[in-house]
Design a protein around this ligand. Structure first.
Ligand SMILES: [Ca+2]
Length: 304
């Protein structure tokens, strides 16, 4: 019997590493992606929406795309991801508009119509889901689980000394998810660096695929000082792989706390056998890298 596909909503702010994570998701035959929402984060909502629409049409066909929320703080990470969000890659001219103009209501409709709880994967700030919980109390019961690239496990940060970027952009939204007790699998900040991949190897493997030219341009305008020159920190891809290949990670049961006052966005994911949440840790870096290469570019003959 054919296995049922997992109903999924994707929430993203592309983003160079979002792009790679989306490629991994769209390449899977295990998912029933019902909606893709943009959210402001790496760049403004106008740009993340254009990028989300482009990437979804490229790899996901007619999956509906909804425009999400603006950034409450107006911060972005264009210094890492380039002015347009996709490094040095310039999108071909597009005239398509999002199918829905309000990601919060589009998400609500998908959940309301679903016969079973729906899983989420989030690669950006939690703004859309935070607002969803506020506007539609009780809707958390229709959310099966959230896989999220957000937070650090120990109160350290990248955008500030104490806050990870996605958590920093909207701490109250993250708190709303924690308070609602939605089972969340956190792919914390440090995994991005632990799973970093050399651009040269990514480009060599992309050779001959539809991603070759795009990745070359993308990497030309991308620089993450945390990963180091010549590397891509695979932050968002860890959330995708945790969903698709859970065996690559240890799922550590934990609590979750986020500071919304004096150190906004500071998070702690302390191990706790009675905790409601999970944080993932990489089991074997080489195995994970091989899985990411395969999910990005397909199975390849080993290079002699
Ligand atoms: Ca992201």
């Amino acid at each position: 019997m054919k296995k049922k596909k997992l109903p999924l909503i994707v929430d993203t702010d592309p983003g160079v590493d979002d792009t790679l994570a989306m490629r991994i998701l769209f390449g899977s035959d295990k998912l029933d992606i019902r909606l893709v929402c943009s959210v402001a984060g790496n760049v403004s909502i106008d740009l993340t929406t254009v990028n989300t629409l482009y990437l979804t049409r490229l790899w996901g066909g007619d999956i509906p795309v909804a425009r999400g929320c603006v950034s409450p703080l107006g911060v972005d990470a264009a210094y890492v991801h380039g002015a347009g969000g996709l490094g040095g890659y310039k999108l071909p001219p597009q005239n398509r508009l999002p199918d829905q103009t309000d990601a919060v209501e589009a998400t609500y409709r998908v959940l309301d119509e679903a016969e079973e709880p729906v899983t989420f994967i989030t690669f950006g700030p939690m703004t859309n889901i935070g607002l969803l919980l506020k506007k539609h109390p009780g809707i958390e019961n229709k959310i099966a689980r959230i896989y999220a690239m957000i937070a650090s496990k120990d109160g350290t940060g990248n955008i500030t000394p104490y806050a990870e970027f996605n958590a920093y952009c909207d701490p109250p939204a993250l708190r709303a998810i924690i308070d609602a007790g939605i089972e969340t699998v956190f792919a914390p900040m440090h995994l991005g660096r632990e799973s970093k991949l050399p651009m040269s190897e990514l480009l060599a493997r992309a050779e001959g695929t539809d991603m070759a030219a795009m990745m070359k341009d993308m990497f030309s305008g991308y620089r993450d000082s945390a990963a180091g020159d010549g590397y891509v920190a695979m932050y968002d891809a860890n959330a995708a792989e945790a969903l698709l290949r859970p065996g690559l990670y240890d799922f550590v049961r934990c609590g979750a706390a986020v500071n919304v006052t004096d150190k906004p966005g500071q998070t702690f994911l302390d191990a706790d056998p009675d905790g409601k949440f999970f944080r993932i840790e990489i089991r074997d870096k080489q195995e994970l890298a091989d899985a990411m290469y395969e999910d990005l570019f397909g199975k390849q003959e080993s290079k002699k």
